[in-house]
Design a protein around this ligand. Sequence first.
Ligand code: PEP
Ligand code: MG
Length: 312
Amino acid sequence: RARAAGSRAHQPAVTADGVRIEVAANIGSLADATAAAEHGADLAGLVRTEFLFLDRAAAPGADEQFATYRQLAAALGGRRITLRTLDVGGDKPLRYAPAPHEQNPFLGVRGIRHSLAHPALFAEQLLAIARVARETPVSVMFPMVSTVAEIVAARRMLDDALARTGPAAGLRVGIMVEVPAAALRAAAFTPYVDFVSVGTNDLTQYTLAAERGNAAVPADGLDPAVLRLVGGICRRAGVPVAVCGELAGDEAAVPLLTALGVRELSVAPPAVPLVKEAVRATRLDLAGPLAERALELADAADVRRLSVQSGR
Ligand code: PEP
Ligand code: MG
């Protein structure tokens, strides 16, 4: 089975009933991009650009960012790269963008809120993204969006960057949906985005009020509450929906997410071949009723049991 997965890793992933699912990679370094290409990723579905910004005295300028984004695209053989703008906050402080102490950093100035609060830093990153998007297929996505006003403000700044570089024909714009407010109002974002990508790590944290990484309050993205939000996003978004949280790489989740309408799964590079095989093992006509049942179950453990049993 492992060998079969290896030899087919570079082929597209199509469900047993013929629906193409993009299997993408999550990237946090240049080495990740190389690994993603080796493992057959169709694109980079999430580039965590924080790796360029953390643990240094000064912010990387537009030139340095441009050079790095271009290297990532080259390592991926020119496949599309989805550059997520800086996703930092009180829990990941930057020396050059000091932030006041927050009691609850996960509910504070994070993600897009941080970028909008530091417009010079944000403008520099958007300039680098606009420049690289003129050379290679690029998607830009904004993290932790919770209101329409945030995407409007971010798009205005992106337009300012594009006014300086000139147009970038292949540039797509999206948001991460990782806040329940954005999930519930997915349709309100449709006029401003080409795609959405569900960050199930944070969406699970905020839905279940269970801090990620806190073993005392475990949270599983297969929880029916989270799956209901994903289903609602797929019905209402009006644009293609991806998932780039850990859940996308969970074999038990693949039939459920695709049945709910997800058409791109972005996972750690080594997981790409397995997720492609899980897609090929899925029949959406059977997975649809399975997902309907999953939404009615008591908890994530029951959902996992149902998915695993029906897959054997
Ligand atoms: C997520 O929240 O699911 C996600 C992919 O973003 P990160 O893990 O970087 O917060
Ligand atoms: Mg997140």
